[in-house]
Design a protein around this ligand. Structure first.
Ligand code: F6P
Length: 380
């Protein structure tokens, strides 16, 4: 059987996070698996593109942005956080500096048959546009914000939740010793998943999310209520995009990034001052910031990176392009990129958030649980 050669390009783009490296490793290992190469009759080659779309907006293919990947090169990558390929927030379709023609030219010159992009909403948006221009694209979801539609998981999220949990554990001893309140600011621009699930994991007393504007008076009431009940200290988690009703989001810089995003930050310190003024209790703020994106991937991110990477190569084998691999309802699946871009998966406040306590839900089973139990397969 004649062997067909297929060249896959892979890049990571947008904010880095844990879990990207495992995905890259498993794309490479699966594509170059000797045992299945014979069965497929396809000889894959994988080229890593460095620094996200920046590596493809060069005037001509630039060798310093390229790395040939094989199982030996990527062997240990899944143990490390960040992305070994580097990343950037470069937007080839930036209306102020459209360099999409350069990307198309470089893909052509490099002879890339397929391009796999590991990223969040912005990256999927670029991949989708390239898809409409005839490029065979596949997306792998990653973002610690977990705000991509059509997938229940995005790489980096669980590691970030672990970081939040560990940092809050550390804060508890000092908060308790000094009888202080700590407001911990997490990432999460428009979606409160990190604050909510990080707060649930770490047992925060109050959790504030972008999906539900809060009242400072109510926060102070809850804090005083806790004190009356005998609490020595409190941990309050606030997503960077959380805000008091009637106020705009807090920004740390005026400028927008290449995808038009505001750089958020400041809600933690604002709230700490409001609590101290309103309750008379000593209050400090901590911004977890990029610590949440750092560190080695947790076990779940290593496994999910592996599954997403393998599924991406499955799509290449099936020549099913313009898709993002997804994890939905407990199964690996896919969806069209166009269904993902420009949408945002936010916390469903009615189902998952307690607006009275500013915290996670206290009811989990919905009234139809008995019916769902009955209609199960009965198999374990
Ligand atoms: O989009 C992911 C994210 O981690 C957001 O939660 C946060 O606002 C942003 O990235 C920070 O981006 P940068 O690394 O460019 O400061």
């Amino acid at each position: 059987m004649p062997v067909k050669k297929i060249r896959i390009g892979i890049l990571s783009s947008g904010g880095d996070c844990a879990g990207i490296n495992p995905a890259i490793k498993w794309v490479v290992k699966t594509a170059l698996d000797e045992r299945v190469r014979a069965e497929r009759g396809i000889h894959y080659e994988v080229v890593g593109i460095k620094d996200g779309w920046e590596g493809l907006v060069q005037p001509v293919p630039a060798p310093e942005y390229l790395i040939s990947l094989d199982p030996e090169v990527v062997r240990t990558w899944d143990r490390y956080g960040g992305t070994m390929l580097g990343t950037s927030r470069t937007n080839p379709y930036d209306p102020k500096n459209d360099r999409s023609r350069l990307v198309l030219n470089n893909i052509d010159k490099l002879g890339l048959d397929v391009l796999i992009a590991v990223g969040g909403d912005d990256t999927m948006g670029v991949a989708h546009k390239l898809g409409t221009e005839g490029i065979n694209v596949i997306g792998i979801p990653k973002t610690i914000d977990k705000d991509l539609c059509e997938t229940d998981y995005t790489l980096g999220f669980e590691t970030a939740v672990d970081v939040i949990t560990q940092e809050v554990d550390r804060l508890r001893t000092t908060a308790g010793s000094h009888k202080r309140i700590f407001v911990v600011e997490t990432m999460g621009r428009h979606a409160g998943w990190l604050a909510l699930e990080g707060g649930e994991s770490s047992g925060a007393y109050i959790i504030l999310i972008p999906e539900h504007d809060f009242s400072v008076d109510k926060v102070n009431e809850l804090v005083l209520e806790g004190r009356r009940a005998g609490t020595r200290y409190d941990i309050i988690l606030a997503a960077e995009g959380a805000k008091p009703a009637g106020s705009a989001e807090f920004t740390r810089e005026e400028r927008l990034d290449a995808f038009g995003h505001k750089m958020l930050g400041g809600i933690g310190e604002f709230l700490a001052r409001q609590i101290e003024d309103g309750t008379g209790l000593e209050t400090r703020s901590v911004v977890l910031s990029h610590l949440q994106r750092g560190g080695a991937p947790c076990a779940y991110d290593r496994r999910m990176g592996r599954y997403f990477g393998i599924a991406a190569v499955d799509l290449v084998n099936m020549r099913d392009f313009g898709k993002m691999v997804c994890y939905r309802d407990g199964r690996m699946t896919t969806c069209a990129l166009e269904k993902v871009v420009g949408r945002l998966k936010q916390v469903d406040v009615t189902r998952l958030y307690d607006v009275e306590r500013y915290n996670g839900r206290r009811t989990i089973l919905t009234p139809d649980y008995a019916h769902r139990e009955e209609s199960g397969t009965g198999k374990c």
